[in-house]
Design a protein around this ligand. Structure first.
Ligand code: NAG
Ligand code: NAG
Ligand code: NAG
Ligand code: ZN
Length: 503
């Protein structure tokens, strides 16, 4: 080597290092957020915290909330740092939607992780928990959960957790259920009536009791689709009758409130197992998507009074729509249990306001437009499931605001309590130490759903198309990353959230 080459060596080394830094660095890292800062402040006159709504600033560093200061204490503290000011807009914990079907893997043509989580981000949802069915294969074992986690990696724009399925096949096999829970399922879901998906059969009360005893050990919940078929006129019996399958009331009479009531009455045989000192202490039963605000709700109230570990959710569509609104042939509104009449809707609102209903979820359950049978408009044969994920916040608010609902209540129903149900200790509130999962939104801004970009795979089947809604999402942060602000961050940097076993 001659002298010249020796002199060039340090320079070449330097160039090589620069090359390595630029080309071998994870390319997604600076594409995860529309904001380059890791340490910054969010300011607003309306920050929703568990202690109330404050005017002030939230300090975010490395994805966590590290301090919260009130306006009067603020001066000097945030000088010289990067500040994102939302002025009069509301700054709230991001929504945690615990009931979502993204149909991935296996039926991603119905929705899929990328479109579903983009829609979630645009709607202020920072965490969602995916249901174990409608994807294929159903998520009922460690192996199928691993397939789902793999499908989610690098394709989700918000954080996503997973429920496992409790089905007859695994209900009596404690080690199979334990493997599913150890692999990270946040809890289990089961059906007391046919689910509509052949590889997700329904469970009876014996299966549920078995499932609870395993869940108790892991302190995780069982979510139950609470309807049991009763000998009311079934679609088959009705064939040849006068009833028009295009008429919503025809569908409604096929699934009366007595189905929900029968299911919860049956569930009450085992909810007592969850009491302190009971054989399934530590487990919890969550009644999914309550529609009947009558006897079914009374039974749930009774269980709560007895000290059973029970909670209940209702969905936005039961609060936004009623039988009277649904036009013949408009199968976008078909779901189970069905949307009932206006009086029922008003009672659901009362129960929510009075604290008898604990939380909200979307039960976003889309399909391909063809299966909604838009041409025939046959309510009896169309796919049952409402597409709504992008509108969780604004659809709730559009109906809540005239009822005097506060921002604290919204945060409780949509963030704090759902996070608690799913065991997500770092989610659900603007509080020190939590993940910086935040939505900034303008409650007074109205928009026409037809005028905004809808990121769902099949916007045409969403129940909210053509409607005017209040409450526009301005920005969504997931673990301090600005994932949405009029557009999405280039890379999908959401994380699969897995439950961890603590001994
Ligand atoms: C129970 O599940 C385990 C793990 O999935 C499996 O290896 C075993 O064969 C199952 N037992 C029965 C009786 O099905
Ligand atoms: C539930 O089904 C199982 C078979 O999977 C059966 O052994 C059990 O007796 C059933 N329980 C009830 C209450 O019917
Ligand atoms: C729960 O209630 C049922 C009756 O609904 C009763 O048979 C059972 O023994 C009770 N179990 C416990 C653990 O209290
Ligand atoms: Zn569902």
């Amino acid at each position: 080597m001659n002298l010249l080459q020796w002199k060039l060596l340090p320079l070449l080394t330097l160039l090589a290092s620069v090359f390595l830094v630029f080309y071998l660095k994870d390319p997604s890292e600076n594409e995860c957020s529309l904001l380059p800062h890791k340490h910054f402040w969010i300011t607003s006159k309306r920050i929703v915290t568990p202690q109330g709504v404050i005017s002030g600033a939230v300090e975010i560093n490395g994805g966590r909330i590290v301090s919260i200061v009130k306006e009067e204490e603020r001066h000097g503290k945030i000088m010289g740092n990067h500040v994102v000011d939302y002025a009069d807009a509301v700054v709230m914990p991001g929504l945690v939607d615990v009931h979502v079907h993204l149909d991935d893997p296996g039926r991603s043509e119905w929705e899929g992780f990328p479109s579903g989580t983009k829609a979630a981000a645009a709607g202020g949802v920072t965490t969602l928990v995916d249901m174990p069915l409608n994807n294929f294969p159903s998520t009922t074992s460690e192996e199928t959960l691993k397939l789902k986690i793999k499908a989610a990696e690098g394709r989700i724009y918000v954080d996503v957790g997973f429920w496992g399925g409790l089905v007859p096949e695994n209900a009596f096999n404690a080690s199979a259920l334990e493997n599913l829970l150890k692999a990270g399922a946040l809890g289990l879901k089961s059906f007391m009536c046919p689910s509509g998906i052949n590889d997700f059969p329904m469970t009876n009360i014996t299966h549920i009791k078995e499932g609870l005893s395993v869940l108790a050990k892991y302190k995780r919940p069982l979510l139950v689709h609470s309807e049991i078929e009763q000998s009311s006129p079934s679609p088959v019996q009705r064939e040849g009758s006068q009833d028009d399958p295009r008429s919503y009331s025809t569908y409604l009479t096929t699934r009366p409130p007595s189905w929900e009531e029968a299911a919860v009455r049956e569930l009450l045989k085992v909810t007592n197992n969850t009491r302190p000192g009971g054989p399934a202490e530590g487990a919890h039963i969550h009644v999914a998507h309550l529609s009947d605000s009558g006897s079914t709700l009374e039974l749930i109230k009774e269980a709560k009074r007895s000290g059973d570990s029970v909670s209940v959710e209702t969905c936005t569509h039961y609060l936004a729509f009623s039988e009277e609104d649904i036009k013949d042939g408009d199968t976008r509104f078909k779901c189970a249990p069905p949307i009932r009449d206006k009086a029922n809707k008003e009672k659901l609102w009362d129960a929510l306001m009075e604290g008898h209903i604990d939380m909200l979820s979307s039960d976003h359950s889309p399909t391909v437009p063809d299966l909604k049978l838009p041409d025939s408009g046959d309510f009896l044969k169309a796919w049952g499931g409402i597409s709504s994920l992008q509108f969780d916040l604004s659809a709730t608010w559009s109906h809540a605001k005239k009822r005097g609902v506060t921002m604290e209540q919204l945060a409780l129903w949509w963030s704090e309590r759902p996070a608690k149900l799913a065991g997500l200790e770092l989610k659900g509130a603007i509080a020190i130490g939590k993940h910086a999962d935040i939505v900034a939104w303008a409650p007074d801004e109205e928009y026409d759903v037809n005028d905004i970009p809808v990121y769902l795979k099949h916007p045409s089947i969403s129940a909210y198309m053509g409607m005017k809604l209040s409450g526009k999402v301005l920005a969504t942060f997931v673990r301090g990353q600005l994932v949405y602000e009029e557009k999405h961050a280039p890379a999908a940097c959401g994380t699969p959230i897995l439950a961890t076993v603590t001994d």
